[in-house]
Design a protein around this ligand. Structure first.
Ligand code: C2E
Ligand code: CA
Ligand code: CA
Ligand code: CA
Length: 276
């Protein structure tokens, strides 16, 4: 009995730091949704392979807390989704990116778009489009410069709200990108059911491609046949870039060119030659 009690105590002690971390992250999130300065936006360039120029960027969220430091989305996005805090965060990042685009209209004029990741909860919410279109009115951003990244799983069982949101956004000139293509859910139905501006090939496809590019080749062949533009995600090495270019993929995003960078750094590139 003594031993059993001891093992229970040890087991619980292991759990405590983990559970405590989750509670800490949750309390940081609750503060971040009312204190927008805690929400940071990084920009990762998307590069045209033909001339190494920046054609677009993806906005990626971070949350900064005095005590916990910089928290990455891999940790806080699932927590925010679970706690019902994702939609205020989405609104914050859309407002920040819109303000950035408006304040630097001239430098951003060469960009095709800046994309923002949206969550299933956002897209399925009946209120989503109205709230975001309000932000667009307030910031006076050119809506054609904004695009949203969605994943296939979000479109598996599209509700009425999904269609309404989608139409409201596309009518306003906002484009959609299909994110993480080539993982779990890939199917043709999604590709033909909605018009996508770009399909983003998942990092796993790209990193496997140097050993075995059959799968990448098959997928790019299909996407080209459908007339879809592609972005290769997670290009880290010269070898990967070469494989991607050999497949005729015109746009890449990845550490080989740049990690996600601060607004200031991104702006320096935009103000310069648009080259990294
Ligand atoms: P994602 O949408 O697939 O974003 C790409 C992720 O890959 C980013 O991680 C980026 O930093 C990372 N990445 C880019 N190039 C490379 C590379 O060459 N090698 C490697 N190893 N990684 C690379 P990050 O910023 O940590 O974001 C992780 C995920 O969190 C994102 O995956 C996205 O699903 C989600 N996320 C990020 N920001 C937001 C946001 O504002 N809203 C929502 N709903 N989700 C977000
Ligand atoms: Ca994304
Ligand atoms: Ca992705
Ligand atoms: Ca993702």
């Amino acid at each position: 009995k003594e031993r059993r009690r001891l093992s229970v105590i040890i087991f619980n002690q292991k759990l405590v730091p983990l559970r405590q971390r989750k509670l800490d992250v949750l309390s940081v999130l609750r503060r971040a949704v009312v204190q927008e300065s805690m929400v940071k936006v990084l920009y990762q360039p998307i590069i045209a392979t033909k001339d190494n120029r920046i054609i677009a960027a993806e906005a990626l969220m971070r949350i900064e807390d005095d005590r916990l430091g910089m928290i990455s989305p891999g940790e806080f996005i699932p927590a925010a989704e679970m706690a019902g805090l994702i939609s205020p965060l989405t609104e914050i990042i859309i407002r920040k990116v819109s303000t950035f685009l408006k304040n630097h209209e001239q430098q951003a004029s060469h960009l095709s778009h800046i994309s923002i990741n949206i969550s299933a909860d956002d897209l399925h919410s009946a209120e989503f489009a109205r709230r975001i279109l309000d932000i667009i009115e307030q910031t006076k951003v050119d809506a054609g410069k904004l695009s949203f990244e969605v994943t296939e799983s979000m479109l598996l069982s599209p509700s009425d709200s999904v269609h309404k949101n989608w139409n409201a956004f596309t009518e306003r000139g906002i484009h959609f990108l299909l994110d993480d293509f080539g993982t779990g859910y890939s199917n043709l139905t999604t590709l033909v059911s909605k018009p996508f501006d770009f399909v983003k090939l998942d990092r796993s496809l790209v990193s496997n491609a140097t050993n075995n590019y059959e799968l990448l080749s098959l997928i790019t062949g299909m996407l080209k046949h459908l007339g879809l533009s592609m972005v290769a995600e997670g290009v880290e090495t010269k070898e990967q870039l070469e494989v991607v270019m050999r497949e005729g993929i015109q746009f890449v995003q990845g550490y080989y060119f740049s990690k996600p960078v601060s607004e200031e750094q991104f702006l320096r590139w935009l103000s310069g030659s648009m080259c990294i």
